[in-house]
Write a protein that binds this ligand. Structure first.
Ligand code: PLP
Length: 361
């Protein structure tokens, strides 16, 4: 009778294993473990602490994320994927061994006019085709020359780029062009290069370069839409579970939940599960999205609400209040759930709210 709310059980062992899979794919590269957005919802400090012996560096998007990791005792260099946005951040970065990505003329000018009290490691971001941030390949030479003049910048600088379509196996040509353009812009001018996100690590061995930047694969998720992490020897790191909080007899023709959007075609048992969009379970998950109860796949029936969702257990179900429900994880890939929802597994794990407890195993 004991029904509990949602819990995300995180396997640090699985995350270590997954980093090792990335390393085996790129044996000559160093590994930057990407732990932005709270380590894709897995808890950034705990994940980073678990990977300190295995990774060479960490990467985050926001300055505050890097500060949190340092304040929490993380010692490896931390790459700021968005760089810095004011002089105090730049000075803090230099003093705390944050590597800064430099992607804009504003950042370059700020580096030129700021005398720093400690050396700073720079990664010049080249826009080889994503067209989001970074310098055009034609600008690279000027940027490298200007940076070479700066005494506080560790010389020579490094360079990185980011792939727009490496997760599309049928579109290799676009990524091949990005690789060629980046190589042409950086050859002989920089110390280290880094190109590969998870898709690059798994599908573009000729681009592994000096450093890889795996993110989603560390969490056991594949970047390729029609596959799942286990296809690549990855282990799901998050088991997102909850429990059955009610089991109800339900008559054929009766609707369930808000808007009565699902009507049972037969007499059945409806299971009410203790999870909703207040936990980060997607409201857009349609009827038919599977959950796993007592080893059986059971479909959602009716709309997901803030605290509860409903499933069609079937007329002969013997499931009881308190039974565990797996929302995604071992045996039900987040990638599969994401396909039902019309999103990517990245989003499912990253948008968990603060309500579910994170438990580390
Ligand atoms: N490198 C950069 C610059 C990124 O922005 C990201 C994530 O978006 C990653 C690496 C990691 O990507 P993924 O999670 O696809 O491995």
């Amino acid at each position: 009778m004991d029904a509990r709310g949602a819990v995300a059980r995180i396997s640090l062992e699985a995350i270590r294993h997954n980093l090792n899979v990335a390393r085996q794919q790129a044996p000559n590269a160093k590994a930057v473990a990407v732990v932005k957005a709270n380590a894709y919802g897995h808890g950034d400090l705990t994940v980073a602490a678990a990977l300190e012996q295995d990774a060479d560096m960490f990467a985050v998007a926001r300055f505050e994320e890097a500060q949190r990791l340092r304040a929490g005792g993380i010692q490896l260099p931390i790459l700021l994927l968005e760089g810095f946005f004011n002089i105090p951040q730049l000075e803090y970065a230099a003093r705390h061994d944050f590597h800064v990505c430099v992607h804009s003329h504003d950042q370059l000018a700020a580096l030129e006019r700021t005398p720093l009290s400690a050396p700073i490691t720079v990664w010049v971001k080249i826009d080889s085709g994503m067209h989001r941030v970074g310098f055009a390949p034609e600008e690279a030479e000027t940027v490298f020359s200007r940076l070479a003049e700066l005494p506080a910048v560790v010389q020579p600088v490094n360079a990185m780029t980011h792939f727009a379509r490496a997760d599309e196996p049928d579109n290799r040509a676009v990524t091949d062009e990005q690789i060629a353009s980046f190589k042409a812009a950086t050859q002989g001018r920089v110390k280290h290069t880094a190109l590969c996100n998870s898709a690059g690590v798994l599908a573009f061995p000729d681009a592994h370069a000096d450093f890889i930047r795996p993110g989603v694969m560390l969490y056991g998720i594949t970047p390729f839409g029609d596959q799942q992490g286990t296809d690549f020897g990855l282990r799901p790191a998050m088991n997102f579970t909850t429990t059955l909080l009610a089991v109800r007899e339900h008559k054929a023709g009766e609707p369930v939940g808000y808007a009565g959007s699902w009507v049972s075609p037969r007499d059945t048992r409806i299971g009410v599960i203790a999870v909703g969009y207040g936990d980060g379970y997607p409201r857009m998950a349609p009827a038919g999205t599977p959950v796993l109860i007592n080893g059986r796949r059971v479909p959602l029936a009716g709309r997901v609400s803030m605290d509860m969702a409903t499933v069609d257990l079937g007329p002969d179900a013997t499931d009881k209040v308190g039974d565990e429900v797996l929302l995604w994880g071992d045996g039900l890939a987040a990638e599969e759930v994401a396909r039902h929802v019309g999103t990517i597994a990245y989003e499912l794990v990253t948008r968990m709210t603060a309500r579910p407890r994170l438990e580390y195993v």
